[in-house]
Design a protein around this ligand. Sequence first.
Ligand code: PHE
Ligand code: ZN
Length: 849
Amino acid sequence: MRDAAPQTIYLKDYTPFGYLIDGVELTFRLHPTATRVISRIRFRPNPDATDHRFFLHGEGLTLISAAIDGQTVTPDRTDTGLTCPVPDAPFVWEAEVEISPSTNTALEGLYMSNGMYCTQCEAEGFRNITYYPDRPDVMAPFSVRIEGDEKILLSNGNPGNSGTGFAEWHDPWPKPAYLFALVAGDLVNHPDTFTTRSGKKVELNIWVRPGDEGKCAFGMQALRDSMTWDEEVYGREYDLDIFNIVAVDDFNMGAMENKGLNIFNSSAVLASPETSTDTNFERIEAIIAHEYFHNWTGNRITCRDWFQLCLKEGLTVYRDSQFTSDMRSAPVKRISDVIALRARQFREDNGPLAHPVRPDSFVEINNFYTATVYEKGAELIGILKTLVGDNAYAKALDLYFNRHDGEACTIEDWLQAFEDATGRDLSQFKRWYEQAGTPRLSVADDFKDGTYTLNFEQKTPATPGQDIKDARVIPIAVGLIGPNGDEVHETTVLEMTGARQSFRFDGLSAKPIPSILRGFSAPVILEREITNAERAFLLAHDTDPFNKWEAGLSLARDGLIAMIHDGAAPDSAYLDAVQTMARDDSLDPAFRALALGLPSQDDLAQALYDQGHTPDPQAIWEALETLRHAKAQAMQDLAPRLYAQYQVTGPYQPNAEQSGARSLANAALAMITRLDGGAQAQRQYDNASNMTQQLAAWSCLLQAGKGEAATAAFYDQWQHDRLVIDKWFMLQILNADPAKTADTAARLTKHPDFTMKNPNRFRSTLGGLTASSAGFHHASGKGYELLANWLIRLDPLNPQTTARMCSAFETWKRYDSDRQVHIKAQLERILDTPSLSRDTTEMVTRILA
Ligand code: PHE
Ligand code: ZN
């Protein structure tokens, strides 16, 4: 019982809307099941448009009345909107509609979360609020009046009149409907102020439910830091009298950059040492920055259409990663970003969901808020900056901001600003936006008469709908290290433009060891012939922190592959090299903690698959366990020393220095636990005064099979705190033995605190299942079945979150035929569900294709 195939939308079909909007006035009469939305919109014909059909989007709305220039009209309505004859001159559209926020479980449009009203309009949620041209290229100033009994009534822009039962807001900056927001609830605030560098005083607030006030200080500081940073680094000031952030418990994504009224998943803003880990703090700081930076890259300059999503997202992710690098450790941030990029984006790029950073078609835009658009989009900004240089980058950004302020733009506009600012032809660079797939960059070298040559070749495998790939411009940062460990050629960026290209280095007295793709200068897969001895040498001597880390990781990866595939023993070269690295107190502890890490199960599965093997998830898990054990033994003297040395004394601070020390000490604790059975972890658990220490200790206990008491104690201690209980759900699943992962997840879905209506809780439970590779891919198929059961249940309530989680199945073609049969059966079962959403239908169809 499948519905007719949903419609595909193409970039090439873009046409401007037939009308411009001079002003929007909205009145909301709030009611949980019968909110009235009264709109008054001033339209005028768009002189740049050829198509003057008047179509307003609108879904799930009860139309009460409509009028044009004061005359009642009866529009032609469909499931997706309405149309009616309009004058060939400026006119006023008025409508009143009724909606029911309390029954809106999709969390798109106006909905309720814990008794509070809030909105989510990106990408196409405004059409669930009223009839409107819900497309990003239609921009207008909004005036909003909210009528309701709630204490706090918020919308975009600056506050206007307010009194008992109402508040008015005016946003002078023209914006598309996706940036509209409204919040109403009995909220409390954490206030502050900020003075911009031109002397404008801005009121800042973080609004939360009563009881959460104590968890706002860190987010507020992150906001102030972001505001200062954007002034100093990009010359961008804030442009309203007030900036509000609201924390919401039920939210599909991390946060949303609505103009002047950012709405955050409470997990992305609330922080305290007792309830948040160091990782949580760093993520919160980055998300606050990300949403704030959107005020310029996204709001002042927005996207012409949703194909251009990377215009705002890639650039804003790039900006927030620059911010984190400046606030914390740049190398550690780069390594963490690449770990995430490979885990999510490379995985996507190498499977059935691969798509260009700027897609050219979609069925449901919500399915394109992907790692490719965001994270690969950010990598492309990095490539561009490397190619043109820092000064030209700054010049091009100024030009972009000056030229396009107040406009809805395309990637072409973005690239044009760079071409005009630098005189450079970027047509080859543009392929990065248009071609999906991760380039494989292979390299061979050669040394003769003092000349060292690197011969590169690039190839990108076919992706869905794109068989042929053209060569891209790849900046390859290279340094050379002499046999004695000294750097003999400092980092230089080789610009590869051909499919095959060689680069020469003259005047060398001996064959060097190359350090290639320093800082991960492009998102490619580097394939090189290199011995373990050379890798150990790079781990010891490379001056580039990224490649130093990469050398250790690839040494570990090759050793693990040999263990999995050839039954080899743990590689002593790796164990020796990593121990030497870990001992080196001149290295940042955070770096050492990262360099002690191993490739993920999923990385290993992909690596095995790329080498022509069928990955066995259980064998991968076992090899990782064996290697972790061997490492613990090899470091049985070092680990306790590191553990003691890096204990943090003094009050908790979520800064880079303290969190680096804690991460190294906790990496040591994991090794200690393998040998002492959990004694030290239990001591840490009992004495923990912050969540980082408590959670690390509890994880160790769970892995050692000694977690029962702590699991019960943890629940008792934190049952009142939703965000901590999310961790309680997730960690039990992540640390389960693979044979029990699905059973643990299934058991937890029966816990009274489990609810599929809260995306955070759903993701901590079912997302815990899918993140546990060997458990999810258990040969019985029970992991697949459990996930499919829940996706089928969630889809009618929340299609967006359901569809996103389907990507757990995207790697299915890697596995053996038994697993493929299991997965295919589950995907088909999902697809055969009556009234399956367009979101989930598109995802499952693409995965199966
Ligand atoms: N635009 C948001 C961001 O990246 C993400 C988002 C998309 C949130 C869609 C909600 C819905 O910051
Ligand atoms: Zn964003």
